[in-house]
Write a protein that binds this ligand. Structure first.
Ligand code: ADP
Ligand code: MG
Length: 231
């Protein structure tokens, strides 16, 4: 499905939230690299898709009614084999049904386990006066506690992206820290420009949240994505 198909279908369903699978498909179109993520509607399908993707895999609840998947026990990472996938599938369903009894759950998303990298967040929000704004920051505790993020009004160019990655407090962490590889900062800057271009040319998107993105010494990959549509 193309971006237009996904947006049309969501509007027909009268929903503002896209699933992680839909969000990653949309972001992949302009060349933002995301982990390949496939819907499994049953335990058996989760196993066969995992076999195809290759272990270890990650299973996550797929429901437009559950946006914070970990909070509902809906994320199981680093699953080494078929048995672990079957067990994880059952545990996710039990836990999410208890957490959100009215949620419409379409199944689980299956994706490869991304190797660890520097955790980044990127996204887009709409500002009342400035319109769409892109955001960049370090992931995890740093963004939650210190709010160490930078913003620019869309559209941005390469020079703006260079400023964005350079002006966060924790920029030194991008250069490598405690044995962690330095991050491919030019790749992150290109992602920010692609995100801005995408937002600038695609009407109807209210908010984009890529959290986390794993940055490597060569490349970066979006591990979780959320898109909210405008009313
Ligand atoms: P939530 O909806 O709770 O934000 P996430 O999809 O972000 O759920 O998953 C929670 C955490 O699990 C992530 O912050 C990341 O550390 C880890 N994770 C999720 N997907 C993957 C993956 N494909 N590979 C490796 N780790 C992952
Ligand atoms: Mg997340």
């Amino acid at each position: 499905m193309t971006t237009a198909d996904i947006l049309t279908r969501a509007r027909e369903d009268k929903r503002a939230v896209l699933t992680e699978i839909e969000a990653k498909q949309i972001l992949g179109e302009p060349g933002i690299e995301c982990t390949r993520t496939v819907l499994a509607a049953s335990r058996e399908e989760a196993v066969s898709i995992s076999d195809e993707i290759g272990y270890p895999v990650v299973l996550k609840v797929s429901s437009v009614d559950i946006t914070h998947k970990s909070d509902s026990g809906g994320v199981k990472i680093n699953l080494p084999d078929q048995e672990a996938v079957e067990q994880a599938y059952d545990e996710i369903m039990t836990s999410c049904r208890a957490y959100a009894p009215d949620a419409d759950i379409e199944g689980v998303s299956v994706q490869g386990m991304a190797r660890p990298g520097t955790e980044i967040i990127m996204g887009m929000i709409r500002d009342g006066s400035f319109g769409p704004v892109v955001m960049f920051g370090l992931g995890g505790v740093l963004v939650e506690v210190l709010k160490d993020v930078s913003f620019r009004i869309v559209p941005i160019e390469k020079g703006d992206a260079i400023e964005m990655t350079g002006e966060i407090q924790g920029r030194k962490l991008l250069e490598g820290y405690r044995g962690q590889d330095p991050a491919d900062v030019p790749c992150l800057q290109e992602m920010l420009v692609k995100l801005s271009d995408f937002v600038n040319t695609t009407p109807g998107i209210e908010e984009i949240d890529m959290n986390p993105v794993f940055a490597y010494s060569n490349g970066a990959v979006v591990v979780d994505a959320r898109i909210i549509l405008s009313e």
